[in-house]
Design a protein around this ligand. Structure first.
Ligand SMILES: Cc1cc2nc3c(=O)[nH]c(=O)nc-3n(C[C@H](O)[C@H](O)[C@H](O)COP(=O)(O)OP(=O)(O)OC[C@H]3O[C@@H](n4cnc5c(N)ncnc54)[C@H](O)[C@@H]3O)c2cc1C
Length: 415
C-alpha cells in the first residue's frame, strides 16, 4: 500500500509500537533518498518506506539539480530545460564553447522531481512516503530500527532489513582541505530577448575575483527572456545575501548587460567541497547515501549524477541478494580532486586560468566524462598533463604529510 502520511500498518499501543517491517527504510526524501526509492521499485524490492521530514526547518529549500547525460533518463518528465551546447568564458571574455554530443546539460527542479517520484511510489503496491522526523537508528538482529516522530507528535518505530540514511550529518568529517561552493541565483525576466536557449554558461569568469578562491557567473536560459543567473564562489566562507545580490547586480548589469530585469524567484546554497572521507557503512545494516555519504564530487560540487549511479548500483546489488553501497567516486578521482582543492586553497594555481585552460585543451565531452568518473586512466593522465604540472605535483607531494582537521559546515540559507 502506498501513501504519504504519518499512518501505520500496525501502530502499537500509544503510538509507540513497531509500525511495520520493510525490506528497506530510507531516511530523507531528497535527491538521494527518492532516487534510491525509485531504483528499488524498478528492481523489485518488496516493501520500502521513505521517511521524509514534515514541512519545517529540516526540509531544504527548493532547488535546481543540473547534470549532463547522454539521453532522456528516468526522470525526463521532470526536466525543466536542457541545453545541447555548453560554454566557459575566460576573464578576458575568450570563449570555449562546444556541443559535447551525446551529452546534454539538463535541469530538474526539486519540486518537480519530488512530485514525479512521489507519484511513482504511490502507484507501487509496497512503497510509501512517511512524513516524520527520523531520530535514532539502532542495530537489531536482522536489520535496524528507526525511531521517528510524526508531525502530530506520535512516535513510530520502523524496522528495515536495511536502512539507507541521507539525512545531512551535523558536521563534516575531518579533512585536509574544505572549501565551499556557495552561490545565489536569480530567476530573471528581461524586457527583450537576451538569451540563447541552446547554450548553458557553466563558468563565466568575467566577474571580479575574490582574494581567496575563485568566482564565476552561471547562466541557464529558460526562454529568450528568462534565465537562471547565478553568482558562485569556491572559497572558505559564504557571503551575506546582500553581498551576493550586489555581485549579481554587477554581473547582470555590467557584464551581461541584460538591461531592465525582474527577479521572479531566487535560489541559494552552500555545497562543501572537501577531501574528507565519508563513511558509507555505519552499522551492520545501515548505510549513508547521497551528500551525507560523499556523493558530492569535491572538485565541482556536482552530486546528482553520482547519486543516480550509486542508487542504481545499490538497487541492483539488493536485487542480487547483496547489500553493497559502492563508492560514489573512484579513489583516483578523489585523489586528483584533493590535489586541486589544496592547490586552489593555497593560491598555487589561478582558478579561472585553471578551469578555462582545461576546457580549452581537453575536448569537452572527455572532460565531462572525466568529471563523471567515466574516463580511462590513460585519458586521466592526458588531462593531468594539461594542468599546471609543477604546482600540482608539488601539492600532491605535500598532501600525505598534512593532518586532517575538523571543519564546520556553514548554515544553508533557505531563501
Ligand atoms: C541550492 C542547491 C543547488 C544545487 N544544485 C546542484 C546541481 O545543479 N547539480 C548537482 O549535481 N548538485 C547540486 N547541488 C548539490 C546536491 O545535489 C544537493 O545538495 C542534493 O540535494 C543532495 O541530495 P541529498 O539527497 O544527499 O540531500 P537532500 O536533497 O538535502 O536530502 C536530504 C533530505 O533529508 C531530509 N531530512 C533531514 N533530516 C531529516 C530527519 N531527521 N528525518 C527525516 N528526513 C530528514 C530533508 O528534508 C531532505 O529532504 C545543489 C545543492 C544546493 C544546496
Amino acid at each position: 500500500m502506498s501513501r504519504e502520511a504519518g499512518t501505520s500498518r500496525r501502530a502499537g499501543p500509544g503510538g509507540g509500537g513497531r509500525d511495520r517491517v520493510d525490506d528497506v527504510v530510507i531516511l530523507g526524501g531528497g535527491a538521494a533518498g527518492l532516487s534510491l526509492a525509485h531504483w528499488l521499485t524498478r528492481t523489485g524490492t518488496t516493501a520500502l518506506t521513505v521517511v521524509e521530514a514534515p514541512d519545517g526547518p529540516l526540509r531544504p529549500a527548493e532547488r535546481t539539480w543540473c547534470s549532463w547525460d547522454d539521453g532522456p533518463g528516468e526522470f525526463e518528465e521532470a526536466v525543466t530545460a536542457s541545453w545541447p551546447r555548453m560554454r566557459v568564458r575566460a576573464p578576458d571574455g575568450g570563449v570555449v564553447e562546444a556541443a559535447p554530443a551525446p551529452l546534454r546539460y539538463r535541469m530538474l527542479r526539486s519540486q518537480d522531481f519530488e512530485r514525479l517520484v512521489h507519484a511513482r511510489l504511490a502507484a507501487h503496491p509496497a512503497a510509501r512516503v512517511l512524513r516524520a522526523t527520523a531520530h535514532t537508528v539502532r542495530n537489531v538482529p536482522e536489520g535496524a530500527e528507526v525511531r521517528c516522530a510524526t508531525g502530530d507528535g506520535r512516535t513510530l518505530t520502523l524496522r528495515g532489513r536495511y536502512v539507507f540514511d541521507s539525512r545531512p550529518p551535523p558536521g563534516l568529517p575531518p579533512s585536509r582541505t574544505t572549501l565551499f561552493q556557495h552561490f545565489r541565483g536569480w530567476f530573471v525576466r528581461t524586457a527583450s530577448p537576451r538569451f540563447d536557449t541552446g547554450v548553458a554558461d557553466l563558468m563565466d569568469f568575467r566577474v571580479p575575483q575574490p582574494r581567496h578562491g575563485l568566482a564565476f557567473g552561471y547562466v541557464l536560459p529558460l526562454g529568450p527572456e528568462r534565465a537562471l543567473v547565478e553568482y558562485t564562489e569556491f572559497s572558505r566562507t559564504p557571503l551575506t545575501t546582500a553581498a551576493y545580490d550586489e555581485a549579481l547586480r554587477h554581473y547582470t548589469g555590467n557584464v551581461l548587460r541584460l538591461g531592465p530585469l525582474g527577479v521572479d524567484s531566487t535560489e541559494q546554497g552552500v555545497i562543501p567541497m572537501t577531501d574528507a572521507r565519508f563513511p558509507r557503512r555505519v552499522g551492520p545494516a545501515v548505510f549513508r547515501i547521497g551528500a551525507a555519504g560523499g556523493a558530492t564530487r569535491p572538485a565541482t560540487g556536482y552530486t546528482f549524477a553520482a547519486v543516480q549511479r550509486q542508487s542504481r548500483a545499490i538497487a541492483a546489488a539488493l536485487r542480487d541478494g547483496a547489500a553493497h553501497v559502492p563508492r560514489p567516486h573512484a579513489r583516483r578521482a578523489l585523489a586528483m580532486d584533493a590535489v586541486l582543492l589544496r592547490a586552489l586553497d593555497t593560491g598555487r594555481i589561478d582558478g579561472p586560468e585553471f578551469f578555462t585552460g582545461l576546457f580549452r585543451r581537453v575536448p569537452m565531452e572527455r572532460l565531462l566524462r572525466f568529471l563523471d568518473g567515466r574516463s580511462t586512466p590513460w585519458e586521466e593522465f592526458g588531462i593531468g598533463l594539461r594542468t599546471p604540472v609543477g604546482p600540482m605535483l608539488r601539492t600532491a607531494a605535500e598532501l600525505p604529510f598534512l593532518p586532517r582537521r575538523a571543519a564546520s559546515r556553514p548554515e544553508e540559507s533557505r531563501t
